[in-house]
Design a protein around this ligand. Structure first.
Ligand code: HEM
Length: 295
């Protein structure tokens, strides 16, 4: 039976880890990917593959493209392409660590681990500023429609595209703002999560209001806070049946539509950004037929 990676739709786990791998040019990625696929059903670990992997395998994943670099109105949005992205979900740090080691071994020598980010759920699903994230996410049938490819045939149906972007916060700056200004950064009140109708146009939810795009731009957001010893922020993750919606939102946040920059940039900045294709699942394993691997 063909289906999707369940971890994409499941509620946020208490703990997570993102592993980001680069592709070694002197090795064939196919055996490593096959090994990973046969041990992964997309529930505990969600896997995304980058454009370079498809290219190396001479495969074409319709809709997979490079992440855009954007420099506009004083805002820098970098692109940091990568070959494999794994989202390890769980509630036990030891288990997550052992799983990381296993995946690293399965993917060697074709792939090298280049970044590890440890993340966690904060309260119900809060950003470290205390604002709740995910309120306007689609649910039930709509979530399935927004998130997964349909009608493109076996190997593609049930797959998804993901934008993964690490943001670093300046929480001291954010906390120095008056409470009303803080609420206006998001366009929602922290106290009760209600939308502020007369929030400034720079408010984050005004910039990204999904039904305000033409065509409408809905995504499924599954972001989590991250921290290491020195800094912290938000690991932004958005899934979709295409990359259109996320990219339209990002461009509007950066002021490309009307010159108005999202107020989020006053306290946070993205330091990575990459797109990946999340293959479907068949018989409990990742289905890599679209890449010409497996049958
Ligand atoms: C530091 C990074 C970010 C933080 C802390 C953040 C936080 C939030 C919060 C608190 C909300 C309001 C509640 C909700 O509906 O979820 C929200 C809404 C939203 N955000 Fe973000 N966000 C970030 C980056 C982004 C990026 C990069 C995008 C897309 C390019 C994005 C897209 C959206 C969308 C689509 C909504 C819902 C808008 C609506 O239809 O009402 N966010 N975000």
């Amino acid at each position: 039976m063909t289906t999707y990676q369940k971890g994409i739709l499941d509620p946020l786990p208490p703990l997570a880890r993102y592993l980001i791998f680069s592709l070694n040019q002197n090795a064939d990625p196919a055996p490593a990917l096959q090994a990973l696929a046969s041990e992964t059903d997309g529930s505990e670990t969600v896997v995304g593959l980058g454009l370079s992997v498809a290219q190396k395998l001479n495969a074409r994943i319709e809709g997979l493209r490079p992440f855009p670099t954007i420099v506009n109105a004083g805002v820098d949005i970098p692109a940091t392409p990568a070959a494999v992205w794994c989202w390890l979900r769980g509630d036990d740090r030891g288990d997550i660590l052992q799983r990381s080691r296993r995946i690293q071994k399965l993917l060697a020598p074709a792939f090298t681990l280049v970044q590890v980010v440890d993340a966690f759920r904060y309260g119900p699903a809060l950003d470290l500023t205390g604002y709740e994230d995910g309120t306007e996410n689609p649910v039930d049938e709509e979530a399935l429609t927004v998130t997964f490819v349909q009608g493109q045939g076996e190997g593609m149906d049930g797959s998804s595209f993901v934008a993964a972007q690490q943001w670093i916060h300046d929480l001291d700056y954010f906390e120095s703002l008056p409470p009303e200004t803080q609420d206006n950064v998001f366009g929602r009140r922290r106290s009760d999560n209600e939308e502020i109708e007369d929030a400034p146009l720079s408010a984050h939810v005004k910039r990204t209001a999904q039904e305000d795009f033409e065509p409408e731009a809905f995504v499924l957001r599954r972001s989590m806070p991250w921290a290491d010893s020195w800094q912290e922020g938000f690991f932004f993750v958005a899934f979709g049946h295409s990359l259109y919606a996320y990219e339209a939102q990002l461009k509007r946040m950066a002021g490309l539509d009307d010159g108005i920059v999202d107020a989020l940039f006053t306290y946070s900045r993205p330091v990575t950004g990459a797109y990946f294709w999340c293959p479907p699942v068949k018989d409990g394993k990742l289905d890599l037929r679209a890449l010409g691997i497996g049958s």
